[in-house]
Design a protein around this ligand. Sequence first.
Ligand SMILES: Cc1ncc(COP(=O)(O)O)c(C=O)c1O
Length: 436
Amino acid sequence: MLANSGPISHHLLPMNAVVEEDGMLSVGGVRLDYLAHTFGTPLFVYDEGHLRNRCREALSAWGTGVAYASKAFMCKAMARLAYDEGMRIDVASGGEMHVAVSAGVPPSRLIFHGNNKSEQELLRAFEYGVGSIVVDSFDELRRIAKIAPQFIDRRASGQALMLRINPGIEAHTHEFVKTGQVDSKFGLSISSIMEAVRAINGMEGVFLSGMHSHIGSQIFNVHHFEEEIRMLVDLADDIMAIPKEGGYDEFELCVGGGLGVAYLSDERAPSITEWAETVKAVITPSRLHITAEPGRAIVATAGMTIYSVGTVKDIPGVRTYLSVDGGMSDNPRPVLYGSGYEAFIAREVNAERSRPVRVVGKHCESGDILIADARLPEDVSVDDLLVVPVTGAYGYSMASNYNKVPRPPVVFVSSGDARLVIRGESLDDMCRLDVL
Ligand SMILES: Cc1ncc(COP(=O)(O)O)c(C=O)c1O
């Protein structure tokens, strides 16, 4: 699909983006040409005010307990920012857990996910005393049963566990599928939940604090979450009917993440507030504590990538290839999922984009395509700064060193300041793990 030929739509830009008098974009009070000159390209730029605004919206919409899904973009500065803004942090590996703790996030604010947590990772989670471990399988429960007794003296209440339910519902941008038979590596099937609950109730040193499920990503229709929350509430009723010593003070039901964001001019996404209101409208207030863990909706639009144009190759009658100095190594989403993006030129944000081009990266791969059918201004040329907006989620976090291309630096911009939060890799970094 060919992108819109008008200027880039401003709803794809971070909230503190401003077009300067000379046409150059600035974000958080810092011009993009200054950022490119100071930090080089490619460069990930995040509007810190936008990140904080999204965290605050999530907190006010969902209430305490809402978590930031750190897989979307994780580094110490991001973990710290989300924690400072009052969010818990969803970590899905020992690595993400390590980054959060290294950033000074109290382990009690972490929710530990993953479909194949190792014994080592679980042991670490118990040692830290993470807020909750979201149990994904019976094998994991067996590992937990081995570990938990060692920690009984440390925590009077025991380690909180949640159960990840595979709801048999899958929703993506435009479809909503209810699968009779459940085909996913994640979570416990609905029919096995009571067995898992009884197993936890019979274990020492742990207690069941809630349930979790996640129905997909890039969901634009928030009504898709209604069926999920109904399913969780029904299960919670069944669980609470099982006699248990001490009963349940409060029981958490987490609907996961998945709220969509607009990547293209003609896309409009619901707000975090609309999402929360829709889900909460389904249930009557009770002991149930409804939470969520958005990732993309917190960070995607806050971030953008600045590249330099290196070559413009015109093949008459075929197409124009425009190569930039990054590609599938800093943004694998187009290659992995066929995800769509738009681009614009930093010095002329409001220019018409009538020239069809294919924006490609510098990797030895014909499939290294960032934007298959982009539109850019007619005068785009070598050395221009090309900006791809909405790259804040699953760009840096999925980046690789393919072709030994160093990963770019990441800066947070705010109130006229640019703060380096991840340094760019050097050529020496390309062999730092080598043993020769
Ligand atoms: C369990 C879980 N929670 C939260 C998320 C975050 O999803 P999103 O970034 O789409 O909000 C994911 C994404 O894969 C997930 O698997």
